[in-house]
Structure formats: structure tokens, C-alpha cells
Design a protein around this ligand. Structure first.
Ligand SMILES: NC(=O)c1ccc[n+]([C@@H]2O[C@H](COP(=O)([O-])OP(=O)(O)OC[C@H]3O[C@@H](n4cnc5c(N)ncnc54)[C@H](O)[C@@H]3O)[C@@H](O)[C@H]2O)c1
Ligand SMILES: [Zn+2]
Ligand SMILES: [Zn+2]
Length: 367
């Protein structure tokens, strides 16, 4: 079968993939659509170290093809969104509604594929850039047949990561002010969740000026082109301490929440330095494993500022994904609008180039 494989140097469209049969608690899924998240790019460019050969893709939806003997929640023909969380479902964290803390939910590297007869790794426990993949039953969230899979696939990473960071990790309140650094697939979902939460000012910042209409469409109230100006300073100008002073004592003025959706230490610095007293910065972007941070500690301790990481939107897939689908049906959560273009997998390089050129909210592959 066809798929997209990381060779250790680049991504290649291949024809010689096979995937094994599902084990007793596993499901084989025929992938219909898959979104291109920057984390796939980060494997290709070495930002996220990963072994090769491996089958990329971790944001996908499809149709159940075969089930293991102990699987009861889905059957062949069901439409499913896949999640990367192969959590155990049994430990204290899973029981407490924190599956992203489940010690068994990280990595889950295995070799369910062969490429031209040789073993090939999965990626993020999902590998949806293939015509078929094998995942654990807990990773399959059934959705209704009338939800288009080309939109539903984006729920599998971009939507849960961005929306979950706002609803679950941060808990943004009505009337609060927010800055979102990076208007890609993740940032747009942070923006629309802040809109749904009733945030007051939603300031979007990006290096690419052409992202402005998308940011405003998803709910941003302001856009800052950081190729022209310093992002944190611009946020402070938009939300000054008083009519006379942009910045007050201990950096007063600025936003209640900032979200770093790029994965760059310099961007994170800006996201931290535009916080008001009591403000919190949420790190979503993934820099290389050696990336470090330097900051004035007193700016945090003296006025209750905070810094938090956010993994996969602290999502509880079987509770939150039906809520997201419901918000989509009621016209509040924009999914169709996230799909800027669809590509046959043969055009994967074109999708990569369009993402790099800032042309995409999300690019979606069709199988
Ligand atoms: N924490 C998680 O669970 C999680 C999940 C998925 C993705 N991610 C990470 O989130 C990040 C964003 O992913 P994405 O799919 O939205 O990427 P994307 O490529 O769609 O978007 C990134 C955006 O950042 C902008 N940008 C680049 N440099 C910038 C700068 N200096 N200042 C402001 N904007 C800048 C780009 O123009 C682009 O619009 C990646 O690092 C990805 O690995 C994290
Ligand atoms: Zn992702
Ligand atoms: Zn667990």
C-alpha cells in the first residue's frame, strides 16, 4: 500500500508498505483523510528526533477495516477520529481524567509496518499517512457518518491541541484578554476556542502578514505582523496599563493569557513578557529537545504570573471529541474553514511547500 515514510533525511511517497493484522485489543483503520501538522515537519527537519524508516502522520480519520477479538466499542464500517493517546485506561491518571499524564501514553514506538519487507516504525502511535494503520481500540473515537472526514481528521491533533489548551489546560474566562503567537493550525484553534470562551481581546501574532484574514475569521480582534514589529511591545500598546503609561509597576498591563504556538524560544520570551499581573503563558509549540529558556524569575513570583506546558490539549478523547463535534454541528467550532487545500498523497511535497509558504490553515491529504 501507499504511504509517506520518513527515511532519516526526508519524507518520501512509497508504494511498498504493509501493516500487520490487529491484535486482540487493536483496530485496523482505512485512512480517508489526514492533516499535515507541523510536528510531522519537525520529524523531517530533525526538530523532533525519530527513528527511520517510519510512517508519518498523526492527525487522521477513517473507516474501521478490521477489529481484534476483544474490541467492542467499534465495528468494521464505523467512522472514527484517531487520537495519538494510546493511554492504558487503568492507571490513577487515566482514572482521574488525565490521560495525557498516563505514563503509558508517551512514545509507544513499535513497528507495525513493513516497507519493502523490512520493519518500519510508527509515529505518535498513529501513523495516518498510510492507506491503513493499526491502533489500539482506545485511540478510536466513533463519530457520526455525516461528519465529513476531511474536516473531522483535523480533530485528531490540531483541534484538540489548540481548543483543549484553552478549555482544559488554561481555562480562559469570559472577558479575559489573550495573545496567540503563531497563526497556524494550532494557533487558529486557540483563537477560536478563546472566541467560544468569550475572551475579550484576542490578539493574534504571526510572521506572515497574509495570516491576518484567517486570524480575524476565526475570532481574533487584532492582528500583529511580527516581521515588522516586536510582538510583546505591540501587545502592550494594544492593552496599556493606563491612558498615560503603556507599562506599570512589575510589568503591569498586557494579557491574562498568552499561547506560544510556534515552538521557538524567542517567541516564548515574547509570550512571557506580554503578561499582565496574574497572567499565564501556555507553551504549546515544540522546539528541539535542547532548547532552553532564560527569564527574570521575580517577574513571575512577585505578581502571580505562571508558565505552563500543554500536551495535546490535556484532552480526554472520549469525552471531549463528541463535545467538539457538537460545537461543529452548532456552527461554533469551525472545521471546514480550517481546510485550505486537499492533496492526493502523491502531492505531499506540494503540501509541505504550501505550509512553509504560509498558504495553509491546514493542508489535508486524501487517500
Ligand atoms: N503541545 C502539543 O501537544 C502539540 C501538538 C501539536 C503541535 N504542536 C506544535 O505546535 C507548533 C505549531 O504547529 P502548527 O501545526 O500550528 O504549525 P504551522 O506551521 O501550521 O503554524 C506555525 C505558525 O507560526 C508562524 N510563525 C513562525 N515563526 C514565527 C514567529 N517568530 N512569530 C510568530 N509566528 C511565527 C508561522 O508563520 C505559522 O503561521 C509546532 O511546534 C508543533 O510541533 C504541539
Ligand atoms: Zn500534531
Ligand atoms: Zn493510564
Amino acid at each position: 500500500m501507499k504511504g509517506i515514510v520518513f527515511t532519516g533525511k526526508q519524507a518520501e511517497v512509497v508504494n511498498g508498505l504493509e501493516v500487520r493484522d490487529p491484535g486482540p485489543t487493536e483496530v485496523r483503520v482505512k485512512i480517508v483523510n489526514a492533516g499535515l501538522c507541523h510536528s510531522d515537519v519537525s520529524v523531517i527537519n530533525g526538530t523532533i528526533p525519530w527513528p527511520a524508516p517510519s510512517v508519518l502522520g498523526h492527525e487522521g480519520a477513517g473507516i474501521v477495516d478490521a477489529i481484534g477479538s476483544e474490541v467492542g466499542s467499534v465495528k468494521p464500517g464505523d467512522h472514527v477520529v484517531l487520537t495519538t493517546l494510546a493511554n492504558c485506561g487503568l492507571c490513577e491518571h487515566c482514572s482521574a481524567g488525565k490521560p495525557t499524564w498516563c505514563r503509558k501514553s508517551l512514545g509507544n514506538m513499535s513497528q507495525p509496518f513493513t516497507l519493502d519487507g523490512e520493519p518500519a516504525w510508527n509515529f505518535a502511535a498513529t501513523s495516518v499517512f498510510a492507506e491503513k494503520t493499526v491502533v489500539r481500540e482506545i485511540q478510536c473515537v466513533k463519530i457520526e457518518d455525516d461528519v465529513p472526514l476531511s474536516s473531522a481528521c483535523l480533530i485528531g491533533c490540531g483541534v484538540v491541541t489548540g481548543v483543549g489548551a484553552v478549555f482544559n489546560r488554561a481555562n480562559v474566562q469570559r472577558g479575559q484578554n489573550v495573545a496567540v503567537f503563531g497563526v497556524g493550525g494550532i494557533g487558529l484553534n486557540v483563537i477560536q476556542a478563546c472566541r467560544i470562551a468569550g475572551a475579550s481581546r484576542i490578539i493574534a501574532l504571526d510572521m506572515i502578514a497574509a495570516k491576518e484574514p484567517l486570524a480575524l475569521q476565526f475570532g481574533a480582534t487584532d492582528f500583529v505582523d511580527v516581521s515588522q514589529t516586536d510582538g510583546a511591545a505591540a501587545v502592550r500598546e494594544l492593552l496599556p496599563y493606563s491612558s498615560k503609561h503603556v507599562t506599570g509597576p512589575m510589568g503591569a498591563g498586557g494579557v491574562d493569557w498568552s499561547f506560544e504556538c510556534v515552538g521557538h524560544p524567542k517567541v516564548l520570551e515574547g509570550a512571557m513578557s506580554c503578561l499582565d499581573w496574574g497572567g499565564n503563558c501556555v507553551i504549546i509549540g515544540v522546539p528541539p529537545p535542547t532548547a532552553e529558556l532564560s527569564t527574570l524569575i521575580g517577574q513571575f513570583t512577585h505578581v502571580d504570573r505562571g508558565l505552563m506546558g500543554s500536551r495535546y490539549g490535556s484532552i480526554r478523547p472520549h469525552k471531549d471529541i463528541p463535545i467538539l463535534v457538537d460545537l461543529y454541528r452548532r456552527g461554533q467550532l469551525m472545521l471546514d474553514e480550517l481546510v485550505s487545500a486537499t492533496y492526493p498523497i502523491e502531492d505531499f511535497d506540494k503540501a509541505l511547500a504550501d505550509l512553509h509558504d504560509g498558504k495553509l490553515a491546514r493542508g489535508v491529504l486524501a487517500f
